[in-house]
Design a protein around this ligand. Structure first.
Ligand SMILES: [Zn+2]
Length: 627
């Protein structure tokens, strides 16, 4: 069925063009009157076909950019502080960047409505970033520079989705193959197949592993890049997203779906990844050109936004509470014939930065859950206790004249740690010592402030009220080798630095300097992968070989080592069990992945005992049939 022709037949002749933007349908009209008053007719069609339709003015009838900009500045109150107005001429859209986007929208969208009616351009509003971020600007540039390509690309996605379009329930089979990340943490990649779809869920790199164990098994008969319809990303940690630029390098040209913050962070984290490779004199897997391709082919979804990705798969992303933009992916397959939830990594517990993971879904038959802390002994201590402990360790270290190193994943708990430190200093619980931020953390801060809608209610309000905790004066950025030297030679301080598992990056540079002095402290607040230097230090090694100024040296680990598990971005065993207790509706089948084998098996038996539903703990390369 040709859905575009179907729609055009139902509407007056003024529709000059109809095309797709992904799963959305866009109509262009040359009639000013229909553009202004056609909504009821459009709505009637939407109700009938149950697809989103957007009406835009044909470029032929649009007033000039100059005139439009003048009009917009007249309509929008000055207090909105417009910082930029950008025209997407191929799509008749005008993007308005402002410090107070709410004032550009107006009460019940009244201001936007006026802009639309007076200028005929379709206005979109963006918040101006509180911290300038090169990466966010670069990404916007890539997208704008490729506007015309994207228009064609999004139309092709739509054509593919609607080629087999049928509003009926499908009776086809569904299978899922675990290419990586089963009975292990790292290199997640699952291939979902139906008669009409091949979709890859995540595609990560295990940075702590060696050689080919770093990557999911892509060299298997059922996986073919040229037949892949879509990639869906749960969140932008390397073990979920790291290999995606490489897929573009190898010739993939299809869409990758993720939230807007995940896109920005994925680009940043991939750039950092190849940077680390260069520093270790290794050949990077891919180049910045391939990262650009990923950005060019990204299709961003906000939480709770439903969209078709193939003829028989519809996706919705929900807050996972794990890191900025992290999502639980709900897949409606075959028009409701089967509903699969993939949790990605999730936190079902309170944190300062993010709201807890969502537990209510429209329908669920099967759920795939992570099990990083799935074992019965992995009950995380209460947050308040861990926060107190953190402050205590820092105070003690500072008092004895030492320095504190906290290795952080670029994305996630560094911002959480910053919120705790900022609050403690504000309340005089922590001495006011310098807090240095090194590595990728600063850029990630900028991305956090660019997407306040993805933050917890409290932090969001702080950002809205110009009381942005990430721009607090207590934090100093370390940007150059000289600045780093000053930190090393200076007095007591706190250093937050990437990478989180002490696998390359700034944190390793600080460790070299801090390790031998027993007055210093090393505090682990995130998961340490098997084989990583972080894990080895947790297990008690007393010395390690490191490259210092080009020569291998033995570094003694004399500093105090602390492990604080309460800050985990993953759900502890108790939180996973609570998630399943509160989850609605109840799943009929639970698949356990993303955990060391003992953790996954232990969680499986506990979930089985309580829920009495089929539980599976697949191995890598196993395929399960869901329907
Ligand atoms: Zn993660």
């Amino acid at each position: 069925m040709d859905i575009l022709k179907n729609i055009k037949d139902k509407l007056p002749n003024e529709i000059t063009e109809a095309n797709f933007e992904g799963a959305n349908i866009v109509l262009y009209t040359s009639s000013e009157n229909f553009f202004k008053d056609g909504e009821p007719k459009i709505k009637a069609v939407v109700d009938e076909i149950k697809k989103r339709i957007e009406l835009r003015a044909d470029p032929k009838i649009l007033p000039s950019q100059e005139e439009t900009e003048k009009n917009i500045r007249k309509i929008v109150p000055e207090e909105a502080e417009i910082t930029n107005i950008i025209f997407d001429v191929h799509r008749s859209i005008v993007i308005i960047e402002a410090k107070k986007p709410g004032m550009v929208i107006g009460k019940q969208g009244l201001v936007l409505d006026e802009i639309r009616k007076k200028t005929l351009w379709v206005p979109q509003v963006q918040r101006s970033a509180a911290i300038k971020s090169q990466i966010t600007e670069n990404i916007r540039e890539v997208l704008y520079a490729n506007n015309n390509y994207r228009r064609k690309f999004l139309n092709e996605i739509g054509e593919k989705i609607y080629k087999e379009w049928s509003p009926e329930k499908s009776e086809g089979w569904i299978r899922i193959t675990f290419l990586g990340g089963a009975r292990q943490v790292g290199r997640t990649g699952f291939l979902l197949q139906t008669p009409n779809s091949k979709i890859l869920l995540d595609c990560g790199i295990d940075v702590a592993a060696q050689d080919k164990d770093k990557f999911p098994y892509l060299n298997v008969p059922e996986f073919s890049l040229s037949q892949l319809d879509a990639i869906i990303v749960s969140h932008a940690h390397l073990d979920h997203v790291g290999l995606i630029p490489y897929l573009y390098k190898m010739g993939y040209t299809g869409p990758v779906y993720m939230t807007p913050p995940s896109r920005d962070i994925a680009a940043l984290i991939s750039l950092d990844f190849i940077g680390v490779a260069y520093k270790q004199a290794a050949t990077p897997l891919f180049s910045s050109k391939d990262i650009k391709e990923m950005v060019k082919h990204s299709v961003c979804l906000n939480f709770n936004e439903v969209t078709d990705v193939t003829p028989d798969v519809r996706v919705t992303m929900y807050n996972a509470g794990h890191c900025l933009g992290s999502s639980i992916i709900h897949l409606n397959i075959g028009n409701g014939a089967h509903n699969l939830v993939y949790t990605g990594d999730y936190k079902y517990g309170r944190s300062r930065l993010l709201d807890p993971a969502v537990v209510t879904f429209p329908r669920v038959e099967t759920i795939i859950t992570e099990s990083t802390y799935g074992g019965r002994d992995r009950i995380l201590p209460p947050r308040s206790k861990s926060e107190e402990e953190l402050i205590e360790i820092i105070n003690k270290t500072i008092k004895q004249g030492g320095k504190v190193l906290i290795p952080e994943l670029g994305l996630g708990r560094a911002q959480e740690t910053m919120l705790i430190l900022e609050d403690a200093i504000k309340r005089d619980k922590l001495e006011k010592v310098p807090v240095y931020i090194d590595g990728m953390v600063w850029d990630i801060n900028a991305i956090h402030t660019a997407y306040p809608d993805f933050l917890s209610g409290q932090v969001r309000n702080q950002v809205f009220r110009d009381n942005n905790p990430f721009t607090s004066e207590i934090f100093s950025r370390v940007g150059s080798p000289q600045e780093r030297k000053n930190v090393v030679e200076g007095g007591p301080c706190i250093v937050l630095a990437t990478s989180g598992m002490l696998v390359g990056g700034a944190s390793v540079e600080y460790l070299k300097e801090f390790a031998s002095n027993e007055k210093n402290s090393l505090i682990f607040v995130c998961y340490q992968g098997v084989g990583s230097l972080g894990r080895q230090i947790q297990e008690g090694i007393k010395e390690t070989r490191m490259i210092v100024d080009g020569r291998e040296e033995i570094i003694k680990i004399n500093l105090a080592v602390h492990i604080l598990e309460g800050f985990s971005a993953h759900s502890g065993r108790n939180e996973i069990m609570a998630f399943f207790n509160n989850m609605r509706p109840k799943p009929k089948r639970i698949i356990i992945t993303h955990g060391e084998v003992s953790q996954s098996l232990d969680l499986a038996s506990a979930l089985y005992k309580i829920n009495r539903v089929e539980t599976n703990v697949p191995r890598n390369l196993d395929t399960l049939r869901l329907k």
